[in-house]
Design a binder for this molecule. Structure first.
Ligand code: ATP
Ligand code: MG
Length: 232
């Protein structure tokens, strides 16, 4: 479904990704792991065109999207939830969801009702301002907004970052339900436990290069790799 081939990405003159390649099959959940500053976010932003790679290819359902405008990507079913969650702080939860619905050609599989079923708290706090939600609730709202666009591929940047353990567990269960519903998921994580819970396969980045790739079982068995590249 997604094939990232040998991409090199820069911020100005600063070379950040050195030939990163990633594959994700339909229905799979794949996790990018690695310490601070290794290039996880840059890889995700390269895929969705926010920091377009200077070389390499990005194929989505067989089509090269490396020069596709973000708007068109959204229409193709790619949704990115950034690490800063970017909701409208001054709008209510319901308004945040309505804005997300506007302008999306309704393929109809993700309705407000279905979103509320997955995230009951968003129904309960419908009149609350986005800025007054807890971190976990904001993350749920942010994912809910992406779902209303009916994604085939959901890209999540550190969804569990900074959240309390109970909320992390709840969010993990919700993301697993999304996966079970057939949405393909690419996520970046620093939290190894979340990665092992959510993903089928992992890629570990270090200084802008992929240093390990394997199933979560292979990672679980490989203490040396975990010690070398992850903060555990
Ligand atoms: N806007 C930017 N301008 C210049 N350099 C940047 C910019 N954003 C990130 N970088 C640099 O690119 C490298 C990769 O950063 P990136 O944010 O992709 O890492 P990350 O793995 O997502 O880290 P984190 O765990 O902190 O989220 C880092 O060295 C970082 O300092
Ligand atoms: Mg990051």
């Amino acid at each position: 479904m997604l094939e990232v081939k040998d991409i090199h990405t820069y911020y100005g003159l600063s070379h950040v990704l050195f030939g990163v390649s990633i594959r994700l099959k339909q229905g799979e959940a794949v996790c990018l792991l690695g310490r601070n500053g290794v290039g996880k976010t840059t890889t995700l932003k390269s895929i969705v065109g926010l920091t377009p790679p200077q070389s390499g290819q990005i194929l989505y359902r067989g089509q090269d999207i490396s020069k596709m405008p973000t708007r068109k990507m959204v229409a193709q079913g790619i949704r990115f939830v950034p690490d800063d969650r970017r909701i409208f702080a001054d709008l209510t939860v319901r308004e945040n969801l309505e804005v997300a619905q506007a302008g999306v050609p309704a393929r109809g599989s993700w309705t407000l009702e279905r979103v509320y079923e997955l995230f009951p708290v968003l129904k309960k706090y419908g009149n609350r301002r986005g800025g007054n939600l807890s971190g976990g609730e904001q993350q749920m709202l942010s994912i809910a907004r992406a779902l209303l666009g009916d994604p085939r591929l959901l890209i999540l940047d550190e969804p569990t970052e900074g959240l309390a353990p109970l909320i992390v567990k709840e969010l993990e269960e919700q993301i697993l339900k999304l996966k079970a519903s057939g949405i393909s998921i690419l996520l970046a994580e620093q939290n190894l436990k979340s990665a092992l819970t959510l993903a089928d396969r992992c890629y570990i980045l270090e200084k802008g290069r992929v240093q390990f790739t394997g199933t979560v079982e292979e990672l679980q068995e490989n203490e040396e790799v975990r010690r070398k590249y992850l903060s555990v």
